[in-house]
Write a protein that binds this ligand. Structure first.
Ligand code: NAP
Length: 392
């Protein structure tokens, strides 16, 4: 449960960016599923749009409205001072996110976001982890499809294997889905900032304490035909393996020597080659400002896939875990990964931080370390599959 008492702050949860694409879906999810006594507010830069959103949400009259703008740091401080938990969808986070992290770390409010940007997560560790540890604030990044299914899926897989022995887990992601203007903007921004991302990772490395007496790695691996799942496996250098590695560093349960590898799984080799080429082309185009502008104009902020498209979208992450002479196949699966399921994961993570009995943590923490069992239980109850498919 949040370290702050309910009487300390007027709201249990404040959702910042509520008028954006995934922000609105998250507000709708909270309005439909939150406990009746939840005290919550929607926040954003346009009061009129927030009020119109509130008026169409079930139970809207009980939902607060707070105006805040990232260009006015005092308004972000006010958000943090009004909430036990602040959930923000205002991205790209490396551009817009830091002031709110700083305000939460300083005031002791728990913070969660939907970033998939390693540079942002590393910089926030370097600049705000120590202060958050002092105040007790938990800073939980990547609480959407990046990286909840992978982080909690690896955690779930580890828990099926023996304790105290070296373990390996491979994760294989398959999805059929479209993306939003906000996601495109964040991805293009990230592709254009390779140098800054490496610099932030190095700076984090200089600050982070060394892991003593245990080993945790997340090598990139090589493309291969993965006989164990009957598909081609292409290494996926997203933020997910970094998050899994941090969970393994934080939790002894991952054993004395843990290795995680992260892949996209595709049935046919030409699809794998086409996917790699397409991502490479977008990454190359993102280096050139005119090409980047042209790409970002294809999908504007606030745009995203229709309800019909989302209803047909799905994801599946298969894990193969090995250790202590055992092998286990597990699976995490659900509907539209980027938006419907992301809104669900995000809202349930906010509720989990606000209300559930959790291990004592503070500072920058992963979803598995901060909320492992409790959040897994919530997501299962909300319809996301976590299952053991086979044992050998
Ligand atoms: N991890 C995942 O799996 C995952 C999935 C989906 C999205 N995301 C990330 O989540 C973020 C949001 O995505 P989205 O599709 O919802 O994007 P979006 O529709 O463009 O929403 C962005 C939000 O940021 C707000 N905003 C922008 N500038 C602001 C400012 N100066 N002050 C206050 N608010 C400001 C916007 O406010 P207005 O409404 O007033 O314009 C909007 O509410 C992106 O970074 C995206 O990459 C991650």
């Amino acid at each position: 449960m949040s370290r702050l008492k309910r009487t300390d702050r007027p709201y249990d949860i404040v959702l910042f960016g509520a008028t954006g694409f995934v922000g609105t879906l998250t507000a709708e999810y909270l309005a439909a599923h939150a406990p009746e006594d939840l005290r919550w507010a929607i926040a954003g830069r346009d009061r009129g749009r927030l009020e119109r959103l509130r008026d169409r949400l079930p139970g809207g009259s009980g939902i607060g409205v707070l105006r805040a703008d990232v260009s006015e740091p005092a308004t972000l401080r006010a958000l943090a001072e009004h909430a036990r938990v602040v959930a923000t969808t205002v991205g790209p986070y490396v551009t817009y996110g830091e002031e709110l992290v700083a305000a939460c770390a300083d005031t002791g409010a728990d913070y969660l976001d939907l970033t998939g940007e390693p540079e942002f997560v590393d910089l926030m560790y370097v600049r705000h982890d120590a202060r958050a540890r002092e105040t007790g604030a938990r800073l939980v990044h990547a609480c959407g499809f990046d990286s909840v299914p992978h982080d909690l899926g690896a955690y779930f897989t580890v828990r099926q294997l023996p304790e105290g022995v070296p373990l390996t887990v491979d994760g294989f992601v398959t999805a059929d889905a479209a993306f939003s203007g906000g996601t495109l903007a964040s991805a293009l921004n990230q592709f254009a900032r390779g140098r800054q991302m490496m610099a932030a990772a190095r700076e984090r490395g200089r600050h982070e304490p060394r892991l003593m007496g245990r080993r945790v790695t997340a090598p990139t691996g090589a493309p291969r035909f993965a006989r164990e799942i009957g598909a081609w496996a292409v290494p996926l250098p997203t933020i997910d393996p970094q998050i899994v590695r941090r969970s393994a560093k934080a939790l002894e349960r991952y054993g004395p020597d843990f290795r995680y590898r992260h892949y996209a799984a595709v049935r046919h080799l030409p699809v794998a080659a086409g996917g790699v080429a397409a991502v490479g082309a977008v990454a190359a185009a993102a280096q050139l400002p005119p090409a980047r502008r042209w790409l970002s104009d294809r999908l504007r902020p606030g745009d995203g896939p229709s309800p019909q498209k989302r209803a047909k979208s799905w994801f599946r992450v298969r894990f193969v875990g090995e250790g202590g002479g055992q092998r286990v196949f597990t699976e995490v699966a659900g509907g539209d990964p980027g938006y419907d399921e992301t809104a669900k994961m995000f809202a349930e993570a906010a509720l989990c931080l606000a209300f559930d009995e959790l291990p004592p943590t503070a500072g920058q923490v992963t979803t598995a370390a901060a909320m492992g069992d409790a959040l897994t239980g919530r997501l299962r109850a909300a319809g996301i599959t976590f299952r053991v498919a086979a044992r050998q």
